[in-house]
Design a protein around this ligand. Structure first.
Ligand SMILES: Cc1cc2nc3c(=O)[nH]c(=O)nc-3n(C[C@H](O)[C@H](O)[C@H](O)COP(=O)(O)OP(=O)(O)OC[C@H]3O[C@@H](n4cnc5c(N)ncnc54)[C@H](O)[C@@H]3O)c2cc1C
Ligand code: SF4
Length: 476
């Protein structure tokens, strides 16, 4: 039989239509149907070198799961992915695949790569749909209890990975989370239209069913210190994954005017505090008609698309470099364009102007051009003198980066941190300068990605298991 010609482009993922979705918070991408998933899996040529595996930070056996999908064994594909990735429904939606597995896919040399992320999402959603109604997915077998207790501080993807791995090894695990809901950025930062909260809750519930204890509204460093966890509270080891939640602000005139938010606060009010469901939730939030979001990463993209959905007639993204340098996921940038977001590339704010009541009324911008590459390897923006102009706005959201919260550092003096306040940890084990304390995710690396936080969590879980198993037997 003649071989079918290779389909050059990825199967597009069905999406809500741009006009209607920019007025609601329902998920934008609707996911593949089984038929499209099989057709996409069929594009994989099962190449010998399999570069996609090394391109995945947690080394999922991508060709193997795609082969199972191609043969219609969707549940088997989900199991194969879960051997390496505990949160495939999350990663299938938010991982920057275009920089990872798909960037190195053999097909990408000539055509579009295999839609690996879309297939991962399909397999995970299929498995979840099958488990629905039977009190969730079947639980794997746990090792016999070891009597060892581990505290995870923070409940983002790094801690969820550590908790899942260690509970299966028979350890008692408690996750302490400062906010009232577990999930980290997955619940307070990434909006519903990109990552439905029910998916994150499903993963948290699954861990709880495995025996992980979640204590929310507990701020480590205030409610208890790290030393208290290791001392009076009787934990054998602590894993710190408190993320990069401290917003940076630009030092420009007008930054303290009413109507200037950090992206962190803006997104938390909308996502976690559910301001977007008004009047069901009465969380106050400024619903600007003319909004400027400053930044070019995922956080900026999420903020500007949230503003649009909250009723902004003009939602503009102001970024000091060009589109090529934007760190946001490619798909989100494309979706934002379709939703009518105004992209002002090569512009930077110089001041925010207020009215007589101290409320934002305009923003002054200066045009930029690209100069020499900076330390990040990207061409640096250089202001063009005299090119300033103002744009009327009633809300400004700053999404210009986030740093480490100083609380744990301040209350744990023997924990070594670098000059930016990030915890210093061994890249292979997560071990810190303090005995029994491990760390991973954004608090170590600075703002990165979900999968890198999970990868760090996996390495730390291995090291923590070894550490607690080698501790002397407790007497009494
Ligand atoms: C808006 C936004 C969009 C993003 N989009 C993407 C994307 O599309 N793809 C992607 O891969 N990555 C994305 N990222 C980055 C990604 O979410 C992070 O890299 C990842 O969540 C880091 O995981 P983590 O476990 O280190 O910490 P986090 O997810 O930040 O979780 C840390 C948790 O610790 C809690 N905490 C902090 N201090 C304490 C304390 N003292 N006591 C108790 N709890 C504490 C915090 O409340 C938080 O819940 C995005 C980030 C943001 C902000
Ligand atoms: S690199 Fe691409 S074509 Fe090769 S096995 Fe991986 S997904 Fe398939």
């Amino acid at each position: 039989m003649a071989k079918k010609p290779l389909q050059k482009k990825k199967n597009p993922i069905p999406c809500q239509e741009a006009g209607s979705r920019s007025a609601n918070f329902l998920e934008v991408a609707l996911g593949y149907s089984p038929e499209i998933a099989v057709s996409e899996a069929d594009r994989c040529i099962q190449c010998k070198d399999q570069p996609c595996v090394a391109g995945c930070p947690v080394e999922i056996d991508i060709p193997a799961f795609i082969r199972l999908m191609r043969d219609g064994d969707f549940a088997g594909a989900a199991r194969k992915i879960k051997e390496k990735n505990a949160l495939p429904a999350v990663c299938g939606r938010v991982c920057p695949q275009e920089e990872q597995c798909e960037a190195v896919c053999t097909l990408a040399k000539k055509f579009e790569p295999v839609g690996i992320g879309r297939l991962e999402r399909f397999a995970a959603d299929f498995e979840a749909a099958m488990a629905h109604g039977a009190d969730g997915a079947p639980l794997p077998k746990k090792a016999p209890p070891t009597g060892r207790r581990i505290a995870c501080v923070g409940s983002g993807p790094a801690s969820l990975t550590v908790a899942g791995d260690l509970v299966l090894q028979g350890h008692e695990v408690t996750v302490f989370e400062a906010l009232h809901k577990a999930g980290g950025v997955l619940v307070y930062g990434i909006p519903e239209f990109r990552l439905p909260k029910a998916i994150v809750q499903r993963e948290v519930d699954y861990l709880a069913r495995l025996g992980v204890e979640f204590q929310t509204s507990v701020v480590i460093g205030k409610s208890f210190t790290i030393d208290e966890l290791l001392g009076e509270l009787g934990y054998d080891a602590v894993f710190i994954a408190t993320g990069a939640g401290l917003p940076h602000f630009m030092k420009i005139p007008g930054i303290n005017l009413a109507g200037v938010y950090s992206a962190n606060e803006y997104l938390t009010r909308s996502n976690l505090m559910k301001a977007y469901t008004f009047p069901e939730h009465a969380t106050p939030i400024v619903r600007g008609k003319r909004v400027a979001v400053i930044g070019g990463g995922n956080t900026a993209m999420d903020s500007v698309r949230t503003a649009r959905r909250l009723g902004a007639e003009e939602a503009r993204l102001v970024y000091r470099r060009s589109r090529e340098e934007m760190p946001a996921r490619k798909e989100e940038v494309e979706h934002a364009h379709e939703e009518g977001i105004i992209f002002m590339m090569l512009h930077n704010p110089t001041k925010i102007l207020g009215d007589e009541k101290g409320r934002v009324k305009a923003i002054e911008l200066i045009k930029q051009q690209l100069g020499e590459p900076d330390a990040s390897g990207r061409r640096s923006p250089v202001a063009i003198p005299g090119s300033e102009f103002t744009v009327p706005v009633d809300l400004v959201v700053m999404a210009v980066g986030q740093g480490a919260n100083p609380l744990i550092r301040a209350t744990t003096p023997d924990l070594k941190c670098n000059k930016w306040g990030n915890i210093e940890a061994d890249p292979e084990t997560g071990a810190t300068s303090k005995k029994g304390v491990f760390a991973g995710g954004d608090i170590v690396s600075g703002g990165a990605t979900v999968i890198l936080a999970m990868g760090a969590g996996r390495k730390s879980a291995r090291a923590i298991h070894k550490y607690v198993c080698e501790l002397p037997v407790r007497v009494g």
